[in-house]
Design a protein around this ligand. Structure first.
Ligand code: SAH
Length: 214
């Protein structure tokens, strides 16, 4: 690994965690994971000093790494437990995937931007080799590995893709931001084969979940 993680970075991370807790994040396991993973490894050096602020930053291909609060919030409401099989849609920088893996999840992540997929899958192969990366259209999910105990979508969707719902295990949880300009975080719990409980949560702003073009 070329990048280093020193006391200075850890200090900024500690401050970031304190800020997230002040904003209402309560899950200690999520906070520990975000303390353990050096967020600055996931972006270009130009942003290294700013990356611990609660903001989204560009990662190339017109995409962004989600802000720390968004990552913490989605991870918290996903209720990750050790060994659960998790599908992430929108690998991006790989940061959210690394947090899910740190929480003990078995992570499968899909990305539709070729350049990002190449760069991030190479990085994650070193940083967190258990994470499985795929170059795919997330609308289709990963049927060959379904069902998933958890599904997390990290791009703003205009609708909830049926194919993703069908890949959720019974008792499983999906978290997906839905909306055009801003998105409402939706949590779906699959209670039975065709019974889905839908909860509407906070508002966020994500880059769009784009259909097709892979
Ligand atoms: N989880 C990422 C956030 C990246 S932003 C991180 O931690 O950095 C959302 C990502 O979703 C972008 O990389 C974008 O290219 C990807 N995306 C958008 N539509 C997609 C689709 N249909 N299938 C897979 N990935 C998609």
């Amino acid at each position: 690994m070329v990048k280093k993680d020193d006391y200075h970075h850890r200090g900024m991370r500690k401050k970031m965690i304190e800020g997230l807790m002040a904003k209402g994040i309560t899950n200690q396991k999520v906070m520990n994971a975000m303390m353990a993973i050096p967020r600055h490894f996931f972006i270009d050096n130009a942003f290294a000093k700013l990356i611990y602020e609660d903001k989204a930053f560009p990662i190339g291909s017109d995409q962004t790494i989600s802000a720390p609060f968004t990552v913490a919030y989605q991870s918290q409401i996903l209720n990750v437990q050790k060994r659960l099989k998790i599908l992430e849609v929108g690998t991006g920088s790989g940061y959210q995937a690394a947090i899910l893996a740190e929480l003990g999840g078995r992570v499968y992540t899909v990305e539709r931007q070729g350049k990002l997929y190449k760069k991030t899958s190479k990085f994650l192969a070193q940083f967190s080799p258990g994470i499985r990366c795929f170059y795919r259209d997330g609308f289709l999910g990963l049927p060959e590995f379904a069902p998933f105990d958890r599904i997390i979508v990290t791009a703003g969707a205009v609708e909830i893709p049926e194919k993703l719902k069908s890949q959720l295990a019974i008792g499983g949880i999906m978290v997906i931001p839905v909306g055009e300009k801003t998105q409402r975080m939706i949590r779906i719990i699959r209670q039975a084969e065709s019974k889905f409980l839908l909860e509407k949560m906070e508002n966020f702003r994500f880059v769009p979940f784009l259909k097709g073009k892979v």
